[in-house]
Design a protein around this ligand. Sequence first.
Ligand code: PGA
Length: 243
Amino acid sequence: MENKIIIGNMKMYMNLSEIEYYLKIIKDKVSDNVIFFPSSIYIPYFLKGQYHVGLQNISFFDDGAYTGEISAHQATEMKIQYAMLGHSERRLYFKETDYEVNQKVIKCLNNNLNIIICIGETKEEKLQSLTKEVIKNQLMIALNNVEIQKQKNIIIAYEPRWAIGTNQIPTIFELEDVVDYIKKILKKDFKMNLKVIYGGSVNIDNIAELNRINNIDGFLLGRSCIEPQAFLKIIEVINLKDI
Ligand code: PGA
């Protein structure tokens, strides 16, 4: 069985000395299926250590007069392999729309950058039983005009917005059901077989149980990747084969 994907989304946490400490602790201990998403200014430190790294956001413009932005082309030139698109914090605080996510998807794929597309419903939407409708809509827009040959470069992260940073997670049944639904849509409407990972309040206490869900291809961690020893423990649990 192939190793699951493990993503550490470091958000805007950590300063330079914490990054240096982090890198010292994880040295020679991280398996090849782990991808780090630190604040972009720290990416060169991770590249130097030969880790897989990604940007937490990317511009939907090509190069040019766009202050504060980083283009997909600049990313690949720097040997960055991944970009995260449509994270719920980008949608919530920076008002990123599905349409913008789609523009970013296209730019990244044209520049051979692998992408993690984040989708997920809000608490209100869940309470109104709109989860499937919402994620279907997000997928239909995000993947609009994406060529099937690019599918190997795309990972979908199912991250219910209400589960991020809250210590609440869906039930095992809900998760299995939604991930199954996502895979069915991808297959039916896009003829794609994509990996689907789960993110939102994953931690050392719930990872063993989450890891037993058959159709989940990996995990996206926020707070739980910030403390290096704890993150290494979680990685170990995820990589355990026969549980
Ligand atoms: P969390 O964040 O693990 O802190 O809930 C998840 C995420 O970044 O999507």
